[in-house]
Design a protein around this ligand. Structure first.
Ligand SMILES: O=C[C@H](O)COP(=O)(O)O
Length: 324
C-alpha cells in the first residue's frame, strides 16, 4: 500500500481547494455519533480482559502536568512515577510519555534517560495558539533541541473557524518541519507531531471531521482532541469521529495516524470506554501506545487502584499511591 498523501497532492494548492475538499467530506450524523458512542460506552468486558485493558491503558498514558506552578521537582517526581507507576510492583508497565511545557523538557529528558518513556512537549503558544508563526516555530524548535521526542501543537482555531484553512495547513507543515530539528539532515527521525484540534471550540462535529483531515493532510502523526484547558475536553463522540477519520485516511492514503483524547479522563471506567471505542471503530491495529494515547494528569492513580483491587480483592488506602 502506498504511504503518501499523493491522492490529495492538489488539495492544499489554495484555500479554495482545501475548502472544497473539507466541505465535500460526508457530514457527521450527530444523533448517530452520540448514540453509537453511548452504546459502545456501556459495553461490558470480561474480568481477564479488564486486567489486560488496565495494563494497556497504563502503557498508553501521556502523564501530563501543564500548570503555571510546575517546578523541576514536580516534573522529576512525575517522571519517576512514569517509569515505575507502582514502585512496590515491578509488573506494572511504564507509561508512554510525560507531557510538559517546553521549559521543563530538559529536566524530564534527564530524569527519563534510558527509561523508554518519551518526553512530549506542548508548543506553538499552548493553549491558545495565538502568536505569530515565527514564535510558534521557535517554540517548537527549542523544545526539540531540548530533547522532546514528541510535540503537541495547537491549531489556530480562530483561523479555522473563519475558514482560513490554508493558514492552519501551512502552520502545521511549518511546525512539522521544525519537529525535524537539526538531525534530519543526518537522516535522524524528527519529533512526532501531535496536532491538538481543541474540539471543545470547534462548535460542530462536521468541523471535528474537517479539522482531523486538515491536520492529517498537513502531516500530523497524531490528532489530539484537547488542551485540557477548555470545556468540553475529550468526549467519546468526538473521539469516535477522529477514529473514523484516521481509519478512512489509512484506507485512502496508506498512512497510519494516531489518536489522543486528552482532558477530563480520570477513571478506569472512562479509559476502558475509550479502548472499546478504538477496537470497534479504527480496529485492533490502533490498540498500541504507538497509535493511541490517553492524555491525563490524574488518571494513572485510578488505574493503579483498580489494578490492585483486581489483584488483591481490596482497594489500597487513598494515600498508598503518590499523587499524580
Ligand atoms: O493533555 C492532557 C491534559 O492537559 C490533561 O488534562 P486533565 O488534567 O483533565 O487530565
Amino acid at each position: 500500500m502506498s504511504t503518501t498523501t499523493a491522492p490529495f497532492a492538489e488539495v492544499a494548492s489554495s484555500n479554495a481547494t482545501l475548502r472544497a475538499f473539507l466541505h465535500g467530506l460526508p457530514g457527521v450524523d450527530r444523533v448517530g455519533a452520540d448514540a453509537r458512542a453511548a452504546m459502545l460506552g456501556t459495553r461490558s468486558i470480561k474480568t481477564t480482559a479488564k486486567a489486560q485493558a488496565i495494563d494497556l491503558a497504563i502503557s498508553m498514558v501521556d502523564l501530563t502536568t501543564l500548570e503555571g506552578a510546575d517546578t523541576p521537582g514536580k516534573v522529576r517526581a512525575m517522571c519517576a512515577k512514569a517509569v515505575h507507576p507502582d514502585p512496590t510492583d515491578p509488573s506494572v508497565p511504564r507509561v508512554a510519555a510525560v507531557c510538559v511545557y517546553p521549559d521543563l523538557v530538559a529536566t524530564a529528558v534527564r530524569a527519563l534517560d534510558g527509561s523508554g518513556v518519551k518526553v512530549a512537549s506542548v508548543a506553538t503558544a499552548f493553549p491558545s495558539g495565538r502568536s505569530s508563526l515565527d514564535v510558534k516555530v521557535t517554540d517548537t524548535a527549542l523544545a526539540v533541541a531540548a530533547g522532546a521526542a514528541e510535540i503537541d501543537m495547537v491549531i489556530d482555531r480562530g483561523a479555522f473557524l473563519s475558514g482560513d484553512y490554508l493558514k492552519v495547513f501551512e502552520e502545521i507543515t511549518a511546525v512539522k518541519a521544525a519537529c525535524g530539528g537539526a538531525g534530519v539532515a543526518r537522516g535522524e527521525q524528527g519529533a512526532h507531531l501531535k496536532v491538538i484540534l481543541e474540539t471543545g471550540e470547534l462548535a460542530t462535529y462536521d468541523n471535528v471531521r474537517r479539522a482531523s483531515w486538515l491536520a492529517m493532510l498537513a502531516g500530523a502523526d497524531f490528532i489530539k482532541t484537547s488542551t485540557g484547558k477548555v470545556q468540553p475536553a475529550a468526549t467519546l463522540p468526538v473521539t469516535l469521529i477522529m477514529l473514523e477519520a484516521v481509519r478512512d485516511f489509512r484506507l485512502r492514503t496508506g498512512r497510519v495516524i494516531g489518536v489522543k483524547p486528552a482532558g477530563g479522563i480520570r477513571t478506569t471506567k472512562d479509559a476502558i470506554k475509550y479502548l472499546v471505542l478504538v477496537n470497534e471503530t479504527a480496529g485492533t491495529d490502533w490498540l498500541t501506545p504507538d497509535l493511541f494515547r490517553l492524555g491525563a494528569s490524574t488518571l494513572l492513580n485510578d488505574l493503579l487502584m483498580q489494578r490492585q483491587k483486581m489483584a488483591t480483592g481490596r482497594y489500597a488506602g487513598p494515600d498508598y499511591f503518590t499523587l499524580d
